[in-house]
Design a protein around this ligand. Structure first.
Ligand code: GLV
Ligand code: MG
Length: 350
């Protein structure tokens, strides 16, 4: 038996805020990670926050065990002190099976529950994890008088999580979105990579041998290890009005491959990516904002088909209701980004 659909939008605890009916669609080109236990990083937070769409205080992996509490308390301090303006403020808490999760959630919701927008939950295995976090968040929201519901963002980074991705997306009206977690996912699946995201030179397809020259070099093309998972994540998220994101790209010095990986995710339907280093911010901004020429083309198609129906030829290419819809996706995204980013507003001529 499923829960009654009528109950889905009722608060799960008396006094908790009502769940949102729609996930807010905001410019979300990059989720920039910082370590709140690092005081040198903490002082830079207000300035970096002005340059990104989402700022995320990370409490999970990459924070050493002996700094878990310092990270949590550092984030409370930053959350209280910093005015994030219209930059979203997120956190990644420790996983549900860790000894820190309960205190992460209790401290953060109690101290900065009204400042946080989204809580990223790592290593989500199935809808039961979301139900647990959903109920606990409602308890804490009621206890601490939080006014707007905290949203949940799941990292897709276990084999079981990928197998359950549709049920995870549907598990709660708090589901804001998901990110691919290629590093943990590789370990969970027994993939043989030893990197954080991106390609692998051994994952290739090879052309057939030339019968007249069987010893000639046979060109190969590297394939994308993450294509399947990103496709499943995008479909699961979009089906429920949630947003899909690429995750971390660990080779900070390889800006070219980073850009390729981000762009593949953008083209497949992701709205943004994680950025782990300031160098990756500009790449994410460029990749997850439509190109000016795409926007110009989309405008032309939409203007040529004012009610979005019928068929017209533009520059020899057939346009119909379905290309009009694709162009609307690009135009709507451009307008959304222009509403936040004056540089892109000028570039698009809005
Ligand atoms: C992110 O958390 C990852 O495991 O890739
Ligand atoms: Mg991970």
């Amino acid at each position: 038996m499923l829960r009654s659909p009528r109950d889905f939008f009722k608060p799960k605890v008396v006094g908790a805020p009502e769940p949102l009916r729609e996930i807010p669609v905001l410019p979300s080109r990059m989720i920039h990670f910082f370590d709140p236990s690092n005081p040198k990083m903490a002082v830079k937070v207000p300035d970096i926050a002005k340059t990104v769409d989402i700022m995320l205080g990370n409490l999970e992996d990459a924070v050493p065990i002996d700094r878990k509490e310092a990270a949590r308390e550092g984030l409370v301090k930053i959350g209280k002190a910093v005015d994030f303006g219209n930059t979203q403020f997120w956190t990644r808490v420790n996983s549900l099976d860790s000894p820190w999760f309960i205190d992460d959630l209790t401290r953060l919701v109690g101290e900065i529950g009204d400042k946080l927008d989204v809580i990223m939950l790592p290593k989500i295995q199935g809808p039961w994890d979301i139900h647990f976090a959903d109920q606990l968040l409602a308890q804490l929201e009621a206890k601490y008088g939080v006014k707007k519901p905290l949203l949940i963002h799941a990292i897709l980074e276990t084999a079981l999580g990928v197998a359950n991705v549709d049920d995870i997306a549907n598990a709660s009206p708090r589901m804001q979105g998901m990110s691919l977690g290629p590093a943990d996912l590789a370990a969970s699946r027994r993939m043989k990579t030893t990197r954080v995201g991106g390609g692998h030179p051994d994952y290739v397809v090879r052309t057939d041998p030339d019968p007249n020259n069987p010893n000639a070099l046979r060109p190969t093309a590297q394939q994308d290890l993450w294509h399947y998972t990103i496709g499943r994540m995008v479909d699961a998220c979009v089906s429920v009005g949630a947003l899909a994101f690429y995750g971390p790209f660990g080779d900070i010095a390889d800006l070219v491959a980073c850009e390729d990986q981000f762009r593949n995710a953008y083209l497949m339907g992701c709205v943004g990516t994680w950025t782990l280093h300031p160098n990756q911010i500009a790449i994410a901004k460029r990749v997850f904002s439509p190109k000016a020429e795409e926007v110009t083309w989309a405008k032309r198609v939409v203007e040529a088909m004012p009610d979005g129906s019928g068929a017209v030829m533009i520059d020899g290419k057939m346009q119909d209701d379905a290309t009009w819809k694709q162009c609307k996706v690009v135009l709507n995204l451009a307008q959304l980004i222009a509403s936040r980013d004056p540089e892109y507003k000028a570039l698009y001529g809005f």
